[in-house]
Ligand binder design. Structure first.
Ligand SMILES: [Fe+2]
Ligand SMILES: [Fe+2]
Length: 300
């Protein structure tokens, strides 16, 4: 398999948020009206995740900033969280479409059709809390690249492992922590409802992979996409890049920033969780191979 990194680029189907076609917008609004529970949130606060989630006051560089800069950083981080949630749901549409087309049985098609309907509801729920255009040049997350690539190119069985088990599982962990650290009760409720659906998606992936005996191509793809996914996660650097939109850091200040916010500890905890999720489905040497690549150990 060629190196994925060489040809990863932003997926065109995710990039064009053409929500403005009035005819489709009206039809979609009507179709969603009986499913979507939340209302479009008016007068949305700019910061929905702040000190409670990121604890940037631990950083001496952050403490020295003026309040307006601190607020700008938390506003940007809030938008990154919302945009990532929104792009994950958009990707879910593409994943479900692929699985519907590749299903062997009608039951499988119907199951994925229901899952995609839930992704459409989730996307709309998030839109009720988004008052900015999630421009991919500003609010992109690197893990969306291997996700899009897998949806486009990977075998059906590979998708079951990488997307339905690993990524949906990661999504549950991410959404749970976003729910817990969110400052807006209405959005917390939305995350709670969505987490219940994602647990079904992830859980059925785990059940379905148990009966598989993947061939060498699938094993190689699962390894490579998982590796790319973990590399992407490690390269995301939301905190540092958000900080530097306000104030550049020298090499030394940057290291101190990461040290003070305990970034290494946070990332390694995340990797431990991912590894334990993979253990649920690894009945070959997937984790051993990944261990040899040292992907589960993060250091700055
Ligand atoms: Fe979803
Ligand atoms: Fe999902």
């Amino acid at each position: 398999m060629s190196n994925l990194k060489d040809h990863l680029s932003k997926d065109q189907t995710l990039l064009a948020p053409k929500l403005e076609n009035p005819k489709f917008k009206a039809l979609l609004d009507n179709a969603l009206s009986s499913y979507v529970v939340s209302e479009k949130y008016e007068n949305l606060p700019k910061i929905l995740w702040g000190e409670k989630r990121f604890q940037l006051e631990r950083s001496s560089s952050f403490r020295k900033l003026r309040q307006v800069s601190k607020d700008n950083i938390y506003t940007h981080l809030t938008r990154l969280n919302l945009a990532l949630s929104w792009y994950i749901e958009r990707s879910g549409h593409n994943y479900g479409a692929k699985m519907i087309l590749l299903s062997d049985t009608q039951e499988e098609k119907s199951l994925y059709a229901l899952f995609v309907a839930e992704e459409a509801i989730h996307q709309r729920e998030f839109e009720h809390f988004i008052d900015f255009i999630p421009d991919p040049n500003v609010y992109w997350h690197p893990l969306l690249d291997p996700l899009a690539q897998a949806i486009k190119e990977a075998e059906r069985e590979t998708c079951l492992y990488v997307i339905q088990v690993l990524l949906e599982g990661f999504g549950i962990g991410l959404y749970t922590s976003l729910k817990e650290s969110c400052d807006l009760p209405e959005l917390k409720k939305v995350y709670s409802r969505i987490i219940n659906d994602e647990a079904k998606h992830h859980g059925s992936g785990v059940i379905l992979t148990h009966s598989l005996s993947p061939n060498d191509l699938v094993k190689d793809q699962v390894f490579e996409y998982t590796r790319q996914f973990i590399i992407a996660l490690q390269s995301a650097d939301m905190l540092g890049s958000s900080f530097e939109r306000e104030q550049k850091l020298s090499q030394k200040e940057r290291s101190r920033f990461y040290e003070e916010v305990e970034y290494e500890k946070f990332m390694n905890l995340r990797l431990v969780k991912l590894k334990s999720m993979l253990q649920k489905v690894d009945n070959w040497d997937l984790i051993d191979r990944l261990e040899k690549e040292k992907v589960f150990k993060f250091s700055i």
